[in-house]
Design a protein. Structure first.
Lengths: 119, 494
């Protein structure tokens, strides 16, 4: 346990910080400044803005995103089991079945509670 | 290479699995039929926790057996934490009985409420039995996240949402700091297993020498993160708002069980894993304990709202418990520090859930939560007033009530460890706390009643209050077995 082992990471952090700062500062001082409205757009060569970027987003997306994250993360647990399905034999299958069973109750719950409906 | 799944030692997992099964059952019933859930949820939550409580007797805790590798430890410490969590859970469900019948807003399910409460109990049991930092963190978060949601349960009342938001944001922030501290500990010792960390540190740290700065940073990060969880000053800012804003039965619950989880985590991380650094953290906890108890008790004097007052008093009690941990002396046989804190938490569960329970009882009858609302209670409802008086006197530390014994054992631990200044601070602060606890009693007994009184029947809530009042009165006198159970901790935490 010695901090010296982390010196490489420290060096990396230092280099990237210094490099980034220096490049931005050099650009800032060296470049010619001739602003036009088109140049001040967030995406200089893109389509003009339709509405301000800080618009409000309906919380329904939040619910959908939450459910997605929950079930997406759980898929990660199923993948390794599926890959090693034959090696893990019956006991592994039963454990995965228990896991999927609890997931099913969760799905049933959110379905019945109307979380899947776009009210 | 052939793969083999190692089966966990299921028999060690029976108590938490019963709680988990109850939660799944609650939610499944609610998903199938909300009407059936309204009828069965409360008895189910009670029976589930009672079964788990009984099943504690089926595990042989003395062995300190581990399963899931060494991630789950079924030792004495886990037993005592599970015991406190389950008893508090049962009492909280009883206290919630009135609120869940009349107070829940439309569209908010009773089963949801109870499932969240049980999730938090389950998380606390996991913290108690954690053998490594990851499991500890998972349990701690499970215990806390469920309570964030419970705090916001009166979702149309602004104070409830405000309290929940403050609790959540600061709690999440604290978790980040805690995890950062854990990452440093892992980076320095190369292990997340608590006993391995202690082992590695013992080879590196020489007593009397200044600490490696990296190790000191890790210790400070952990202390800050855990300080938030147990609401120690200066990390207490969320406490009064959350306690006042939450529905009263939730305040009752959150004043106890997440705190049990927090102290269990402190014991597991500091006393078990960072034991070789005890010189450093015991001093730190002593200072934290002093400012926490002074701040909590002094500020509580100014409160007119009973829930807010109990919030500050809870901060004060955190200070007393931290003082108990500060009495830890490495390697001294017969060390009482952690045992006294466990007993304190056990006692605290009865009197604090009880005090909030009486407020919930009053709210059922149409009264508010300020000091004026309890005025003249002795004339209206002598039994309720007597119950409240018992809880107030016990929180104050009046012999021979349970709260007195709790303080007594902490002070004893401090004196044996030679930390007289903290023992004196506890006595002085108990005297200060008499002011605001006794003010409630004088309001109830010597003032004229005001407000509208709506007589209703709340049998389950009444049963819960009776149980807690009797326990507060009597358990102090027969505290021997519980204390003895709590004193087994050195075997578990080394």
């Amino acid at each position: 346990m010695s901090l010296v082992d982390y010196a490489v990471i420290g060096l990396l952090v230092l280099t990237s910080t210094v490099m980034g700062t220096v490049l931005i500062l050099v650009g800032h001082f060296v470049r010619p400044r001739k602003p036009t409205p088109a140049k001040l757009q967030p995406y200089e060569s893109g389509v003009p803005d339709v509405n301000p970027p800080r618009g409000r987003i309906t919380p329904r997306f939040y619910l959908v995103a939450l459910l997605f994250v929950v079930f997406d993360v759980e898929a990660i647990f199923i993948y390794p089991w599926a890959v090693a399905f034959d090696a893990l034999a019956l006991y592994g299958f039963l454990q995965a079945a228990l896991f999927v069973g609890i997931l099913l109750i969760g799905l049933l719950y959110e379905w019945r509670k109307g979380a899947l409906e776009w009210v | 290479m052939p793969l083999r799944l190692v089966a966990p030692e299921w028999s060690l997992l029976v108590p938490p699995l019963i709680v988990l099964g109850t939660i799944v059952l609650l939610l499944a019933i609610d998903a199938v039929s909300e009407r059936a859930a309204r009828k069965t949820a409360l008895p189910l939550a009670l029976v589930g926790q009672l079964l788990a409580l009984v099943s504690l007797a089926t595990v042989d805790w003395g062995q300190g057996a581990t399963t899931f590798g060494v991630s789950y430890r079924a030792d004495w410490f886990a037993l005592v934490v599970s015991l406190i969590a389950l008893v508090s859970g049962i009492l909280s469900v009883l206290v919630s009985a009135g609120y869940t019948e009349s107070g829940l807003e439309p569209g908010v399910g009773l089963a949801e409420y109870l499932a969240l409460l049980l999730f938090s109990v389950f998380g606390t049991m996991v913290v108690g039995a954690a053998g490594d930092l990851i499991v500890l963190l998972l349990g701690l978060e499970m215990s806390a996240v469920a309570v964030y949601a419970l705090t916001a349960f009166a979702r149309r009342r602004l104070t409830s949402v405000e309290g929940a938001l403050k609790y959540f944001l600061l709690g999440a922030f604290a978790s980040a700091i805690l995890i950062y501290g854990m990452a440093w500990v892992y980076g320095l010792t190369g292990s997340i297993v608590l006993s391995d960390i202690a082992h590695t540190l013992r080879t590196v740290v020489t007593p009397g020498q200044p600490l490696d700065p990296a190790l000191l940073l890790a210790l400070l990060l952990l202390a800050v993160g855990l300080g938030f969880k147990i609401a120690a000053v200066p990390f207490h800012m969320w406490t009064p708002d959350a306690y006042q804003g939450a529905p009263t039965p939730v305040s009752a619950y959150m004043s106890v069980v997440p705190k049990v989880a927090g102290f269990a985590a402190v014991a597991r991380v500091l006393v078990q894993a960072l034991q070789p650094l005890s010189d450093q953290w015991a001093g730190l906890l002593g200072i934290l304990a002093l400012i926490t108890m002074v701040y909590g008790n002094v500020v509580a004097i100014a409160q007119r709202d009973l829930k807010r007052m109990l919030g500050y008093s809870a901060i004060g009690h955190t200070g007393y418990m931290l003082a108990g941990l500060a009495a830890f002396t490495n390697g001294l046989a017969g060390d009482r520090s952690v045992g006294s804190v466990l007993f304190y938490l056990f006692a605290y569960a009865f009197m604090n859930i009880g005090a909030f329970g009486v407020i919930a009882w009053l709210q059922e009858r149409g009264l508010g939560t300020t000091l004026d609302d309890v005025a003249g209670l002795a004339g209206r409802a002598p039994l309720a007033a007597l119950t409240m008086a018992i809880f107030m006197l016990s929180l104050m530390g009046m012999p021979p009530l349970l709260g007195f014994y709790a303080k007594y054992y902490v002070i004893l631990a401090l004196i044996e460890a030679g930390q007289l200044w903290l023992a004196v601070a506890i006595v002085v602060m108990s005297a200060v706390s008499a002011f605001f606890y006794l003010r409630v009693v004088t309001q109830m007994y010597f003032q004229e009643p005001g407000g509208t009184w709506r007589p209703v029947r709340t049998p389950l809530l009444g049963l819960g209050l009776t149980l807690m009042a009797v326990a507060t009165l009597a358990l102090g006198l027969v505290s021997g077995p519980i204390l003895e159970l709590a004193q087994h901790w050195p075997a578990a935490l080394t």
